[in-house]
Design a protein around this ligand. Structure first.
Ligand SMILES: [Zn+2]
Ligand SMILES: [Zn+2]
Length: 71
């Protein structure tokens, strides 16, 4: 599998990950790593997990998600 963003630039780079939103394969350079707090409703309260989950996104999906959170 090759990095989708690199293919668009005319390069072939072996992918090391993938975007969880669009499913594109990505090289390290094109991967945006984000962390996400996991929350769980438990009984009457809400429990927040101490470990933040990892989400890998491509540049485009990362930008799209941040644009969405601004509105
Ligand atoms: Zn790439
Ligand atoms: Zn994506």
């Amino acid at each position: 599998m090759h990095c989708y963003d690199c293919l668009e630039l005319g390069r072939t780079t072996v992918a090391s990950g993938g975007c969880v939103v669009c499913g594109a394969a990505l090289c390290r350079e094109h991967t945006t790593e984000e962390t996400k707090q996991i929350q769980q409703i438990q009984g009457m309260g809400q429990q927040v997990h101490p470990t933040r989950a990892r989400r890998l996104l491509c540049g485009r999906c990362s930008k799209a998600e941040h644009d969405r959170s601004l509105t």
